[in-house]
Design a protein. Structure first.
Length: 268
């Protein structure tokens, strides 16, 4: 079963990547400043490093942990007596809620921000940005995820659906697709759209420290962190963090960022 689900994950990942690459080619929201192939290669190589590290050190132990928690019957989902598709749907919403708070913590707690910053250092945004994470952030989030698994007790199936959707949604909301405004407005009531998430990548920190949702967008309005940067302000200088504009595609800067003395960009 693990292999089948693994193959499914890869198919979802590659399918999403191809689809959103195509859509942002045909309907780009912003012109690219750097070569797209260069960006894709850079981010794909970060993802390759992360995949090897994550697979050995996180993915397998986390999966064993999920199966163990499920076998023991631990967690709120069990306690509520949820099963089958109902369990998958409710777990999806619950796990996405945990993710909202985890992402918010990444923008507030200085140690977490050091690692999460490596993602926000991209001074552009397209589908390849979804591959840009520091391995340190992935390790820290694995511990957070292991805790939610213990608290919530999702089935392995719910977990796979959640992870597949996270990957697809991250590709979608990082992509440089210019959705027609009415469609984006309608869609963003339920799911995180490219416009919704571009606002989260704004240099202007009032917008950057907001819009933390990952799959469902309603968490931000619910918890008072919903802010949209006006479309007119989204020029070529509007995305990223000011202190590393020319280091977007530097392997060294990407890796070393969390260990630098400076740690600016936190909310006041
Ligand atoms: Zn963020």
């Amino acid at each position: 079963m693990e292999l089948d689900l693994d193959g499914g994950r890869l198919a979802v990942f590659l399918g999403g990547l191809s689809l959103f690459l195509l859509l942002e080619t045909v309907f780009p929201a912003r012109p690219w400043q750097t070569g797209r192939a260069k960006r894709l290669f850079f981010h794909a190589s970060l993802a390759a490093v992360n995949t090897v590290l994550v697979r050995i050190l996180i993915y397998v132990p986390l999966l064993l942990w999920i199966v163990h928690v499920e076998e023991q019957g631990w967690g709120v989902a069990r306690w509520l007596g949820l099963h089958d598709w109902q369990e998958v749907v409710v777990s999806l919403i619950a796990l996405d809620l945990f993710d909202y708070f985890w992402h918010r913590a990444n923008h507030v707690i200085p140690l977490l921000w050091r690692f999460h910053k490596a993602h926000h250092h991209d001074s552009e945004m397209d589908v390849s940005t979804a591959l840009r994470f520091h391995p340190g952030e992935l390790f820290l989030s694995a511990f957070a995820k292991a805790s939610w698994v213990l608290i919530w007790g999702p089935s392995a199936m719910a977990w796979f659906v959640f992870e597949g959707l996270i990957s697809l949604c991250a590709q979608f909301h990082h992509s440089n697709i210019d959705l027609p405004a009415p469609i984006d407005r309608w869609l963003r009531r339920v799911v995180v759209t490219p416009r919704f998430h571009t606002s989260h990548h704004a240099v202007e920190r009032a917008y950057g420290h907001a819009n933390y949702s990952t799959i469902f967008s309603f968490w931000d309005p619910l918890f008072g962190t919903y802010r949209m940067i006006p479309r007119a302000q989204l020029n070529s200088e509007a995305i990223g963090l000011p202190e590393a504009r020319d280091l977007t595609l530097s392997y060294r800067a990407w890796f070393a960022e969390p260990f630098m003395r400076r740690n600016t960009g936190l909310p006041d």
